[in-house]
Design a protein around this ligand. Structure first.
Ligand code: B12
Length: 353
């Protein structure tokens, strides 16, 4: 065969992602096109939708509807991590996972968050009884991240069990720290950090994970292997107050990622969806941020987060003496003082009138 026909064959049958890209931005644009196209020929993958939504902020309503149809019909039988992926994708598209409807056809809608909350509960129960989750810690992390990103209440005891697993080095495969799992868990703890309790356990687990991820940096420019590098970069970007960006992002990482994308290593859409956000400085922790103030969605963030619970210590001083009566209440965030007083009264009318 002559040179020209051979060249023709190479060009025609070149694997999809194999056009060379020169820098981060060019490679990101290439991946974005690849992911966009992948939405046409199959059921939209929630991790692909999430990734595109994070970098573009606008997903076609028909794609969002297909995502909703799938999760409404199959959500109950999905694993915790798969459901977590759907919830993250829908939050990113400014949908309200606590009242999911298609064209408002159901009055009350489906509450994906309470379904996910139950699935997380089963995972935690399994950890406590059998020393391992029903699925994997990767999926547990996805579930926690999804609930947390939507400001949904997560049981303190569940968080404690998950943090304990990190401290006991249980997030490993074959005796080695799993960078993918560690990175997903670091994002989950990063979300919990600051607004959930127990604060100490969260901070210690998060610090440990970030250090483990940083230590997994390889001389040739990956963190773990090339496929865990995307999630690891996201975890490090989201926690740059622990390790500043210039410290971990040495030139080797961008060089290596660009080289691998050019060579077609990310022709798989799910793998591409994990590396695209950090190429453009985005992480799963920004899910839903574009919806603040009702910018592009049907629901405002305030409405979406109505499920968030807070704890209130309510104390009354009886007369001028030193008699005080206290109660510890769990109420929806945003409950006003009058309501808190009424709830306290309902609990103990003798002291809180
Ligand atoms: C958990 C996990 C596993 C578990 C999955 C079973 C379980 N109980 O959950 C186990 C340990 C069995 C496993 C095995 C393997 N895995 Co694995 N796995 C993962 C991990 C950490 C999370 C996947 C996940 O749960 N996603 C969330 C759920 C909700 O989405 P999902 O679509 O349902 O996920 C399913 C698929 O990812 C599938 N799966 C897992 N690994 C692989 C690998 C391949 C090639 C395929 C086709 C599918 C597949 O199992 C998941 C659970 O059902 C990813 C990390 C990542 N960055 O994605 C690596 C990852 C996907 N695995 C990888 C690899 C290489 C493998 C193995 C080939 C390892 C080996 N040498 O044996 C095998 C192949 C298994 C297969 N199905 O063909 C690579 C894939 C790289 C690539 N080129 O695409 C990843 C990215 C890890 C990495 N950084 O290298 N894996």
């Amino acid at each position: 065969m002559g040179t020209l026909p051979t060249l023709f064959l190479i060009l025609v049958f070149l694997p999809h992602g194999l056009q060379s890209c020169g820098d981060y931005k060019e490679c990101a644009a290439q991946l974005e096109n690849q992911l966009d196209e992948s939405l046409n020929d199959q059921d939209p993958d929630p991790s692909v939708v999430l990734s595109l939504c994070l970098v573009k902020h606008k997903i076609e309503p028909s794609i969002v509807n297909r995502l909703k149809e799938t999760v409404i019909s199959k959500g109950a039988s999905m694993t915790s991590g798969k459901l977590g992926q759907y919830v993250l994708a829908l939050i990113c598209c400014c949908e309200n996972p606590t009242k999911l409807t298609i064209d408002n056809e159901l009055n009350h809608g489906i509450n994906l968050e309470s379904l996910l909350f139950d699935k997380l509960g089963q995972e935690i129960k399994s950890i406590e009884m059998n020393m391992h989750p029903l699925t994997t810690y990767y999926q547990v992390a996805l579930a926690v991240l999804a609930l947390c990103q939507d400001d949904y209440l997560i049981r303190k005891s569940d968080i404690k069990t998950f943090a304990q697993a990190v401290m006991n080095d249980e997030l490993s495969f074959g005796g080695h720290f799993s960078v993918d799992t560690g990175a997903m868990a670091a994002m989950a703890f990063s979300c919990l950090h600051g607004s959930y309790k127990p604060a100490d356990s969260i901070k210690i687990a998060l610090t440990k994970l970030i250090m483990q991820i940083y230590c997994a940096k390889e001389a040739q420019g990956t963190i773990g292997n090339i496929y865990s590098t995307g999630l690891a970069m996201q975890a490090l970007i989201a926690n740059s107050d622990f390790i500043p960006f210039p410290v971990w992002n040495t030139s080797k990482i961008p060089e290596r990622v660009v080289e691998e994308i050019s060579q077609g290593a990310f022709s798989n859409s799910v793998m591409a969806s994990q590396i695209l956000p950090p190429l453009l400085d985005k992480t799963y922790l920004e899910t839903g941020k574009g919806c603040f103030g009702g910018v592009s969605g049907t629901q405002s963030k305030a409405e979406m987060s109505y499920n968030r619970m807070i704890t209130v210590d309510y104390t009354v001083n009886a007369g001028t003496g030193s008699h005080t009566h206290s109660t510890h209440l769990t109420v929806h965030a945003g409950t006003d003082l009058l309501n808190i007083m009424q709830i306290a009264q309902a609990r103990d009318a003798e002291y809180f009138r």
